[in-house]
Ligand binder design. Structure first.
Ligand code: SAM
Length: 262
């Protein structure tokens, strides 16, 4: 079913069934799964998901699109349609059947970072996610230290999950065609790293604050965010480095040492 796309809602609809099928296959849905679809649009991915006997919760902000999804739901008892801003959806309050749940979405690109942080904030109820986003943003999520792309998004994504690039997608499979290349990522959420963090607020303040000044040394960055008082000797090897040289584990160590010696 057709819908006149609204640019303000990031509506680049997928028109190629093969790509839709490939994205759903990257999630590998199983009977009994609970799957939340972000930005379901006119249901291109939803229809493929319905074939696998899982519980599907399709979240979509545009009521023109939810009207179409509601029609699909008439013949699909395992589909629930929520007309809501995804950033207002608390996954823990949805009463989903199987937790942790699984996430899929061809994201509205204007909201990619905010959606990612919304997922990180609810990481404990998420098993994994397959997300299509701008290729340039996908490369930031998978970036290694000492590269131009490595930054806040890389550290946060790799803190909460193991991230892998599944495949890239050209503009030609969308209507209208986006100006950028897209990529599909798989994020396998886990708690092994997060569980080691003593104070998440301090950790996030350090990561945000230091990458905000990525050309400076860690010592100057920490001074800038007023976290350089009483630095323990254990941190000396890090203080001459730039933030982009530190791994996620280095940031965890650094934040924990600062909390301990505060
Ligand atoms: N899944 C469909 C597809 O692949 O063709 C649509 C993908 S389109 C790139 C992004 C979708 O996200 C649009 O349908 C748009 O209306 C929806 N959207 C935009 N902002 C949203 C928000 N804050 N919460 C939920 N959905 C949103």
């Amino acid at each position: 079913m057709k819908l006149h796309p609204k640019k303000s809602l990031g509506q680049n609809f997928l028109t190629d069934p093969n790509t839709a099928c490939k994205i759903v296959r990257a999630l590998d849905p199983q009977p009994g799964d609970s799957i939340i679809e972000i930005g379901a649009g006119t249901g291109v991915l939803t229809r493929h998901l319905l074939a696998c006997d899982a519980e599907i919760i399709a979240v979509e902000i545009d009521e023109r699109a939810t009207a179409i999804l509601d029609e699909i739901a008439l013949d699909a008892p395992n589909l629930r349609v929520l007309q809501q801003d995804i950033l207002d959806v608390d996954f823990r309050a949805l009463g989903i059947r199987a937790t942790p749940c699984r996430i899929i979405g061809n994201l509205p690109y204007y909201l990619t970072s905010q959606i990612l942080f919304h997922l990180f904030d609810q990481a404990e109820v998420i098993k994994d996610a397959v997300l299509m986003m701008q290729k340039e943003v996908a490369e930031r999520l998978t970036a290694h230290p000492r590269t131009k792309q490595y930054g806040i998004l890389s550290v946060m994504a790799q803190l909460y999950s193991d991230v892998t690039m599944s495949f890239t997608v050209p503009p030609t499979v969308f209507t209208p065609k986006p100006r950028v290349m897209s990529a599909v990522l798989h994020l396998a959420f886990h708690t092994s790293r997060v569980a080691r963090i003593r104070n998440m607020d301090v950790f996030r303040r350090i990561v945000r604050g230091t990458f905000g000044k990525r050309r400076k040394t860690m010592l100057n960055c920490l001074k800038h965010i007023e976290m350089a008082d009483h630095l323990p000797d254990t941190l000396t090897p890090y203080l001459g480095c730039r933030p982009e040289e530190l791994t996620v584990d280095d940031f965890i160590f650094l934040a924990n040492e600062i909390v301990t010696h505060d």
